[in-house]
Design a protein around this ligand. Structure first.
Ligand SMILES: Cc1cc2nc3c(=O)[nH]c(=O)nc-3n(C[C@H](O)[C@H](O)[C@H](O)COP(=O)(O)O)c2cc1C
Length: 185
């Protein structure tokens, strides 16, 4: 037997474990906007890609559609208040970079900045845009995935056991649990 959950709660429970990202994109004055996004999924294939779901009402969807590029900055547990503020205010009304005291760092392949506070940064270039009802799906090429020096193994890999990321699951935030296997399964 199974008990159905209210459809109104799907938005919470279908996020059953996604890293929380602070997505940066430039506005028309070349100033960065930063927004909290949970709906990001990496995609399989020879060309690394991800898909990001952004509500049409959010400023970020307008900016990403116009600029065609953005940076996914993965948040750490100490950035919870930043994640909350960037998910509450709109860049239409507030300078979230300044309010949250975030530090922009030049990216290597896109104009939007990396966030120095986030240890993993993913530079993305949009190559497909799908509008579904009130949602934009941005399918983007991953141009580069960069990590803070203390997370690099020095051979192009990442010291994953040192990674402290913030996860969004079932409508709540979590820190990562212990690694339970050293391979993919
Ligand atoms: C934990 C969390 C996760 C969120 N995930 C998403 C998301 O995946 N897609 C989205 O469009 N908005 C998401 N939001 C809401 C936006 O961050 C929020 O509406 C923000 O104010 C939009 O800012 P903008 O207008 O500057 O783009 C999330 C908010 C929080 C707090």
């Amino acid at each position: 037997m199974r008990v159905p959950v209210d459809t109104g709660l799907f938005g919470e429970y279908l996020h059953y474990g996604m890293p929380l990202a602070l997505v940066t994109v430039l506005d028309e004055n070349n100033a960065p906007n930063v927004t909290t996004i949970a709906s990001i999924t990496p995609l399989p294939g020879e060309q690394p890609r991800l898909v990001m779901g952004v509500l049409a009402e959010n400023y970020t969807s307008q900016l990403v559609e116009k600029q065609g590029e953005f940076v996914v900055n993965l948040a750490t547990p100490d950035l919870r208040s930043v994640v909350r503020a960037c998910g509450m205010y709109s860049g239409k009304d507030a300078d979230k970079m300044a309010i949250c005291g975030l530090t922009p760092m030049p990216a290597n392949h896109v104009h939007a900045p990396l966030l120095a506070e986030c240890p993993i940064n993913i530079e993305c270039q949009v190559d497909h845009v799908l509008k579904v009802d009130d949602l934009y799906l941005f399918v983007a090429k991953i141009l580069v995935l960069e990590v803070a020096p203390e997370l690099s193994d020095g051979r192009g890999g990442v010291l994953v056991d040192k990674l402290e990321l913030l996860f969004y699951a079932f409508g709540h935030t979590f820190a990562r649990g212990p690694m339970v296997g050293s391979g993919p399964i």
